[in-house]
Design a protein around this ligand. Structure first.
Ligand SMILES: Nc1ncnc2c1ncn2[C@@H]1O[C@H](COP(=O)(O)OP(=O)(O)OP(=O)(O)O)[C@@H](O)[C@H]1O
Length: 299
């Protein structure tokens, strides 16, 4: 079991007599990308602001690497790198000038070699001497992540990092966050109001609504879990002679364990049925999230 690096315990936040966060508890482990999912206005930013020490909590506690934000604030915050809302970048300066500026402002000494290392890590070598105003949104985000990682934090917190990114940018971000988590052992927390994006990026996800914990899911399928598998084929009617399922448009929808999926595909191929795509859905998460957000302001 990986080490817990972020721990929220019974956190409450009341603003002007309104209970915004109610008894919220969850944990983020070393080396995982953890999704923080909830409809607009459910309290994600408020929680992240408490985790990063920007606002206080009314009761409960948040521990980062074993240090309480309440009683050991500086020690706790030392381990956090975060982008809350937009990254703070100077557009008229180059990427390198931005990084050097932030390195100078940091509480700990940041060696030039660390700056070089981080530029490589976020793959900005080619553009680092160009002015930030010429950067794409994805590049600005990578520079923001570089800034947040300069001081080697154990936890990286990103509030709605996919906002405004195109699908290619989202894919790139996912690859990077997975790299940071798996190769560098960083605990990454990403908030979003879009299940589709969280599903692509995260190992586990917590859903909140109205400031309250709803449920936590592991997104990596368990070996024995029964999944919904959608197979796009040229002849759906024929396909159903060989596997058990139902037809939806040009897809056949089959319930199967992960282990059994290759056998399904093999059976169809042996009957000369052409397969154009296989999609695996974690149906329970999708259903729960849809139910939860019905009638809300979700996109
Ligand atoms: N300073 C404040 N004063 C009054 N209400 C606030 C304040 N900050 C947040 N709220 C309210 O708390 C609730 C949660 O807001 P928050 O911004 O944390 O949600 P969110 O999940 O991040 O939403 P979004 O996805 O839209 O950013 C909202 O109803 C918001 O209006």
């Amino acid at each position: 079991m990986e080490k817990t690096v972020v721990s929220l315990r019974h956190v409450h936040k009341t603003i002007k007599k309104h209970a915004i966060i109610k008894d919220l508890s969850f944990e983020v482990r070393e080396g995982e990308v953890y999704g923080f999912l909830g409809p607009n206005g459910s309290g994600k930013t408020t929680t992240i602001r408490m985790m990063t020490g920007l606002i206080s909590m009314t009761s409960g506690d948040i521990e980062i690497c074993g240090h309480s934000i309440r009683t050991e604030r500086e020690k706790a915050l030392e381990h956090i790198g975060a982008i809350v809302e937009n990254p703070e970048l100077y557009e008229y300066m180059t990427g390198m000038q931005n990084l050097k500026h932030f390195a100078n402002m940091a509480a700990t000494t940041i060696e030039p070699v660390r700056i070089q290392e981080i530029i490589k890590l976020v793959e900005l070598q080619d553009a680092i001497h160009k002015k930030v105003k010429t950067y794409s949104l994805g590049m600005k985000q990578r520079l923001g992540i570089a800034q947040a990682l300069l001081h080697r934090p154990k936890v990286l917190i990103l509030d709605e990092p996919t906002n405004g990114l195109d699908p290619a940018g989202i894919r790139q971000l996912r690859d990077y966050l997975q790299y940071l988590a798996k190769e560098e052992g960083i605990a990454v927390l990403v908030s979003s109001h879009l299940l589709s994006e969280i599903e692509l990026m995260c190992d586990r996800v917590v859903i909140i609504q109205n400031g309250q914990f709803v449920r936590e899911y592991a997104l990596k399928e368990q070996q024995d879990e029964i999944l919904t598998v959608m197979i796009e084929v040229d002849r759906p009617d024929d396909a159903l002679h060989f596997v058990e399922g139902k037809i939806e448009k040009n897809m056949i929808v089959v319930r199967s364990s992960r282990e059994h999926i290759p056998h399904l595909v093999k059976k169809l191929v042996m009957q000369d049925i052409l397969i154009y795509g296989v999609t695996v859905k974690n149906k329970s998460l999708e259903e729960e999230f849809l139910l939860l957000t019905e009638g809300s302001t979700m996109q």
